[in-house]
Design a protein around this ligand. Structure first.
Ligand code: MSP
Length: 637
């Protein structure tokens, strides 16, 4: 059995948690849950970093003892753990005795290795980073390269660690086959930092009361990063008998994964492995640095003042949609932007529409046709099965590579295949024309089966709602293994509860309400929507279509129903609100740009299988045409 140890950074207690903090824990939790389903022995750790000058100052400002401040913030982390369903096995606090023992032990080992010495330390110091910078690294007017705030000149007697001695071993480690620092862009970044030369590192502070006294160096306190990094092993029992957890998950562990944000890459990919090398301990197998959540183009942080409090979102939308959004919207490893609009759009499109509607559609039809039960006959030969055989491995590979958004995409592809299948098989017609036949049973069973597989794949992401979806389709027992993603698990002829909306649609206008900016009177400087990565744009499949027939939808002024050739076996039926601007006759033969992978929708009861693109002048559409005639189905990009 593979042993899998995953950690988050331990969070400072001088601020209550924001969306950026809960993001790493959500990712770690999702991974831990996935690995448990995979059958691994999992240990998942998170915690708080409670020592150092910043905490001391923050507490002083509030007129409380540092430990009081820490206790208060820790209780916020506990509340969020409960609300978001984090399944961490332990929560380490650096003020705990067990942690102090671990720190003392690692220092003993660094000393034994001859890697510690006392010397005068002078340099530019950023207190929020608790880090010294060289003149070269500073921003304009002697500011911190991370925070942009002024640095201070510090000169004191410190204990130093011989970091320079580990330069070559670190470079060899980065280049080793297991590729321990990920993604590759981060590895290159840290590699060139180390290649440019390492200076020894000061690992103590004088005149700092709030911390662990440095063993053997009276008057010195352990540098907060040496203190904090040791949490990953002190929590397992290193320094307090090196017990079974330490042995299983660190000393002999198969996967030792430190998940971090890119802001603390240097600490985790240079200092941490060097300390471990010096102490003669195993290194992490992977340090994975994800990107930042930005808002209005800047990293979300307390000092910038652009943070989002998770509680507000959870109160309004529920914990699982927040978890889903965070992992779907960010390509793990790259930056992402948060906006309320992006949240609502994703919620409505993915959860309310695609997932919620598919569930309620198949459940309602099955209940109606089969006396409140699941269909009596299963099916194992159809296009949905084909899709599941292709997409479940895609999901698993993505999860193994920590590509959370890709894993979710694979599940949504399966949902889309299933809903396309239902559109083609028209069970709503079959039931009317033929009654509850075996044919109908097979069709609906396939729909339920796709939902069951998707909901199983969602268990790590939405630990509260995924079991509810399973219950809604008649699967009472929550699967304990990923093998449940194999085809065939939907039970026949079991009671289906009355469906209730799982993801009620959010009215965007109502939610954004007053917050929405008025229409600009002048030209905007740039796009008003958040910048997106190119791959996000390419999620939309755009094709050139040739309009073959067009007619007005009865009783509608605006709607025109067209059949549009987009280079597929059969033309698409597309309904568009262009009737005030165009006559049907003038449309036939014209070429238009079509959104080809849009979820089908009904307009006045007529199914539309795509959308034609038009410029919109005060709501009046002007269709877009290619510059020259091109074959129907030509890709637009
Ligand atoms: N205490 C140190 C870490 C010590 S680990 C041995 C620390 N704490 S922190 O409270 O500042 O949290 C940093 C971590 O929070 C980041 O590495 C990242 O995991 C998460 N994030 C904080 N803000 C973030 C964003 N805006 N976006 C994404 N993650 C962010 O540094």
């Amino acid at each position: 059995m593979t042993s899998f140890y995953v950690t988050t950074p331990i969070y400072y207690v001088n601020d209550v948690p924001h969306l950026g903090h809960i993001f790493t824990t959500t990712a770690a939790d999702t991974l831990a849950r996935y690995r448990r389903l995979k059958g691994d022995a999992v240990y998942f750790l998170t915690g708080t970093d409670e020592h150092g000058q910043n905490i001391e100052r923050a507490a002083k400002k509030e007129g409380v003892a540092p430990i009081e401040l820490a206790d208060r913030v820790v209780s916020r982390y506990f509340e969020l753990r409960d609300r978001l369903g984090f399944s961490n096995d332990d929560f380490i606090r650096t003020t705990q005795e067990r942690h102090h023992k671990g720190v003392q032990e690692i220092i003993r080992r660094l000393e034994d290795a001859g890697d510690l010495y006392a010397a005068r330390h002078e340099g530019w110091y950023c207190s929020p980073c608790e880090t010294f910078y060289t003149e070269k690294e500073l921003g304009p007017d002697k500011t911190c390269p991370v925070h942009g705030t002024p640095v201070e000149w510090k000169s004191e007697e410190n204990v130093f660690f011989r970091l320079s001695k580990y330069q070559q071993r670190l470079l060899d480690w980065y280049d080793s086959d297991q590729e321990p620092v990920r993604p590759a862009s981060r590895r290159n970044e840290v590699r060139s930092f180390v290649e440019s030369g390492l200076r020894d590192l000061s690992v103590s502070r004088a005149n700092l009361e709030w911390g662990i006294p440095f063993p053997g160096y009276p008057g010195q306190t352990v540098y907060v990063w040496l203190d904090a990094l040791t949490n990953y092993i002190s929590a397992l029992g290193f320094g307090t008998g090196d017990g079974p957890l330490y042995k299983k998950f660190w000393q002999e562990g198969d996967v030792r994964l430190n998940l971090i944000g890119k802001d603390i890459l240097r600490h985790h990919a240079v200092y941490w492995p060097a300390f471990l090398m010096s102490a003669g301990l195993p290194l992490p197998t992977t340090v994975f640095a994800h990107g930042w959540w930005n808002r209005d183009g800047k990293k979300m942080s307390k000092s910038t003042g652009n943070i989002v409090r998770p509680d507000d979102l959870i109160d309004r939308f529920g914990a699982d949609p927040v978890r889903y959004f965070l992992l779907r919207e960010m390509v793990f490893g790259q930056d992402a932007s948060y906006s309320d609009e992006a949240f609502i759009e994703r919620y409505n499109a993915d959860l309310a529409n695609t997932l919620g509607n598919t569930v309620s559609r198949v459940v309602t039809l099955s209940r109606g046709a089969f006396g409140g039960k699941t269909p009596p006959v299963p099916c194992d030969d159809n296009p949905v099965l084909e899709a599941a055989r292709r997409l479940v491995p895609e999901y698993r590979t993505a999860m193994d590579e920590l590509a959370f958004s890709r894993a979710l995409e694979a599940l949504w592809k399966l949902l889309n295949e299933a809903s396309q299948y239902l559109v083609t098989r028209e069970p709503w017609k079959v039931v009317k024309e033929e009654g509850p036949t075996e044919k109908l049973s097979r069709i609906l069973w396939n729909g339920l089966e796709a939902v069951r597989i998707v909901a199983t794949g969602l268990l790590p992401f939405m630990p509260k709602i995924a079991p509810q979806i399973l219950a809604a389709i008649g699967v009472a027992k929550v699967p304990a293994s990923l093998t449940a993603m194999e085809w065939g698990g939907t039970p026949n002829s079991v009671e289906l509860p009355e469906p209730s909306p799982i993801f009620p649609r959010i009215d965007k206008k109502e939610y954004l309400g007053a917050a929405k900016a008025p229409e600009p009177a002048t030209k905007p400087a740039r796009s008003e929507k958040p910048v997106i990565a190119i791959d996000k744009f390419f999620e939309t499949e755009l094709k050139v279509g040739t309009i073959q027939t067009a007619e007005r939808v009865p009783k509608s002024e605006k709607l025109i129903k067209m059949s549009v050739d987009v280079g597929e076996e059969t033309p698409r039926q597309i309904v568009a609100g262009i009737g005030l601007a165009y006559q049907p006759e003038e449309l036939v033969g014209k070429q238009v740009a079509v959104v080809a992978n849009l979820q089908p929708a009904k307009l006045m009861g007529i199914e539309s299988q795509g959308m034609v693109l038009a410029a919109s002048i005060d709501g009046k559409p002007v269709l877009l045409h290619p510059d020259k005639q091109v074959p129907a189905g030509t890709q637009v990009k």
